[in-house]
Ligand binder design. Structure first.
Ligand code: ATP
Ligand code: MG
Length: 255
């Protein structure tokens, strides 16, 4: 593989400056349309840089690079991955305001939405030996919702549960239906949230102080909150630091 060292350095420099600029800008305000356009434009170079770094990081020691450069490049890969994750989250946040005009409501089966999210997350749960358990009701639960947005919301809650639960933990997903309400809950026995911070975790970019080095941008629950509001529902969170977290979504049954 022939790669010019100048290109590598330029790529690394460009990658880190874009990341710094992007992080600073997005943390100021992401709600205006121009920022949305910028974020969208950033996806292309970031994806390209991600490819360059990924190719470089596959080189073996001594094949052009020394050990130190390889370490740096691998760190660069992680940073770019984070920037891409943040870009995707920011775009989702902008596209999921509780503005009904952007919602495409139809009747969907909630059980299949949850099964899909479990399938998508089963590998990451398995990697941490986490038991991801769904107390599935016997029959399908028909729900009038925007399937894509609701899936995104449930996916965020389940991936949080996996992310913030140490190895060998347990996550229980439960659904209940009454005449006028459908209740979805996700409980974990993970790190929990400090009592003084529980009310803040739905705020844009907020991350609690007990997360250690677990990566994230603090946008997931902000997106979830908007999506649930877009369904005229509500969301509750119960958590005890060091014991676990339960997130419950209440959605009205619309006939
Ligand atoms: P991302 O935007 O990538 O999802 P994130 O996970 O940090 O990043 P949110 O999903 O919005 O952001 O969550 C906000 C914060 O709430 C987290 O940083 C964490 O402190 C806390 N949190 C959310 N879910 C859990 C959970 N199941 N257990 C413990 N803490 C949680
Ligand atoms: Mg999250």
């Amino acid at each position: 593989m022939q790669i010019d060292i100048l290109h590598i350095l330029l790529g690394a420099l460009l990658g880190s400056s874009i990341f710094y600029w992007y992080e600073t800008r997005t943390k100021q305000k992401i709600s205006s349309l121009s920022i949305e356009a910028i974020i969208h434009e950033l996806k292309t170079p970031l994806t390209g840089l991600s490819w360059i770094f990924s190719s470089l990081s596959e080189l073996k020691e001594g094949e052009l690079l020394n050990r130190e450069t390889l370490v740096l490049l691998k760190e660069g890969m992680v940073k770019i991955g984070n920037a891409l994750e943040l870009t995707n989250d920011a775009l989702s946040a902008l596209n999921t305001s509780p503005d009904y005009a952007t919602y495409k409501f139809r009747n969907y089966d909630l059980v299949s939405i949850i099964s899909k999210v479990i399938d998508e997350n089963s590998l990451s749960a398995k990697e941490k030996s986490i038991d991801l358990y769904y107390k599935q009701g016997k029959s399908p639960v028909s729900l009038y919702c925007d399937e894509i947005k609701l899936t995104l919301a449930i996916r965020n809650i389940v991936s949080n549960a996996i992310k913030y639960t140490p190895s060998n933990g347990k996550i229980i997903i439960d659904t209940k239906q009454s005449d006028d309400e459908i209740v979805i809950s996700v409980s974990d026995n993970g790190i929990g949230i400090p009592a003084t911070e529980i009310n803040k975790v739905f705020n844009k970019f907020y991350r609690a102080h007990n997360i250690g080095d677990i990566s994230g941008s603090g946008l997931g629950l902000f997106i979830v909150k908007n999506i649930i509001a877009g369904h005229d529902g509500r969301i509750e969170i119960q958590s005890t630091e060091g014991r676990g977290t339960k997130i419950t979504i209440f959605l009205p049954v619309k006939k």
